[in-house]
Design a protein around this ligand. Structure first.
Ligand SMILES: [Zn+2]
Length: 407
């Protein structure tokens, strides 16, 4: 592919009516209906996967007293990147990450060793104060949502929990037709916390990587100050490398927020937190997907999956019935009833990257079957391939199979 022809996601977002940015809210996305369909489809995909993995989804406030972020340690390292405000003479912050509040949900109940691991997922709205000069479309924003989760585990569960997580990450990306690459980031010079805990944690992470049989590279001394981590990268269709997400161990927050569980021996112990995101910021991920596919999203993510085009006025009613039947079967279908030539309609549908174009003319309406599923539709792909005349039931089966496989 000629790289110079590749479009930027901002341009594609405008051409395909997915989202816009406005000076009134720098670094925050205005999702248009079509972009929001993609966003929600992605979120739904994540939710379906997590439901099978024993996660509980929670939701916590966007604005909290800064006190919590001081206690958690974020204030010292992060306050200049936060939006801080004053409410009734008390400092508040817009949360830059979900961990401190997730920890409060953990601490809201007495936890026993048998309750762990506890996996709390959250699509919280986060704010980070990036300088306006570095904001760039969906790639660098001030307001965003991460497919975030916090696993609260006993130290003896770290290895197994990481192993499961690695498999989940591989599975996620396989479903999306990407191959994740892993990097193990070890203890930095400025690390905080107990040295023997660090050593054990590094051993656990590396062992989990080995058992999972995933290939990984090493990022020497690139771990977070509060624990070692595994970074997850992918390559897009233009062979660009993206670091999307991380799996991080954290011994600091449990200590600072005094999180506890009651162990077998009846004593109170500290859990370890695993922070993890798989796709990372959904905004950024959609930006990457938009450029990766150059707007031609796979069927399951396409805002409009099929456009039905009547050739002449007398085919309008039939086209509408076909489209309604597609919608009743969960397909995002539309009718192009404009008074344009078929050629112009097909051109517009292809420019809008609608995966399938269904044409209804005399050949399709003549001697039509009484059962709607036996009626005919001529189908073309957005790439211009002619699939010929299909029964509606055949077409539906094809769509459903493709949606299931996410191809
Ligand atoms: Zn976190």
């Amino acid at each position: 592919m000629d790289k110079s022809k590749n479009k930027d996601h901002r341009q594609l977002g405008q051409e395909l009516d997915l989202f816009s940015f406005h000076d009134i809210a720098p670094g925050a996305v205005f999702w248009h209906s079509k972009g929001w369909i993609i966003y929600r489809a992605l979120q739904e995909f994540i939710r379906e996967k997590l439901a099978l993995e024993g996660y509980q989804e929670i939701s916590t406030p966007v604005m909290v007293k800064s006190d919590l972020l001081k206690k958690s340690g974020h204030w010292d390292f992060y306050s200049e990147h936060m939006f801080n405000l004053n409410v009734e003479n008390e400092p508040y912050s817009l949360k830059p990450m979900n961990c401190p509040e997730s920890s409060l949900v953990y601490a809201a109940k007495t936890r026993s060793y048998q309750d762990l691991p506890l996996r709390l997922a959250e699509f919280g709205v986060l704010h980070r104060n990036e300088l306006s000069g570095v904001l760039g479309g969906l790639f660098r924003v001030r307001q965003f949502v991460i497919d975030d989760a916090h696993h609260f585990v006993r130290p003896d569960q770290i290895q197994d929990e990481i192993r499961k997580l690695l498999l989940l990450v591989v599975d996620f990306y396989k479903s999306l037709n990407f191959k994740p690459e892993f990097y193990f980031a070890t203890k930095p010079d400025k690390a905080m916390g107990d040295a023997s805990l660090w050593k054990q944690a590094e051993k656990d992470l590396e062992q989990a990587l080995k058992i999972s049989k995933v290939k990984y590279g090493i990022k020497e001394k690139d771990g977070a100050f509060y624990g070692p981590k595994i970074d997850i990268h992918i390559k897009d269709s233009q062979n660009r490398d993206w670091q999307l997400a991380t799996i991080q161990l954290d011994f600091q927050i449990p200590e600072r927020l005094k999180l506890e569980y009651t162990d077998k021996d009846g004593k109170a112990k500290r859990p370890v937190i695993i922070h993890r995101a798989i796709l990372g910021s959904l905004e950024r991920f959609i930006g990457i997907l938009t450029e990766h596919y150059q707007g031609a999203f796979p069927l399951w993510l396409s805002p409009v999956q099929t456009i039905v085009m009547p050739i002449a006025d007398r085919h309008q009613e039939h086209a509408k019935k076909i489209s309604d039947e597609l919608k009743d079967n969960g397909i995002r279908a539309e009718v192009d009833s404009r008074q344009e030539t078929l050629q112009a309609k097909i051109r517009d549908g292809s420019l809008q990257k609608v995966p399938y174009i269904g044409i209804i003319g005399d050949r399709e309406t003549e001697g039509r079957a009484s059962k709607i599923e036996d009626r005919k539709i001529s189908v073309r792909t957005r790439e211009g391939k002619d699939l010929g005349q299909l029964k509606l039931s055949q077409f539906l089966n094809k769509l459903k199979e493709e949606i299931d496989k996410k191809i």
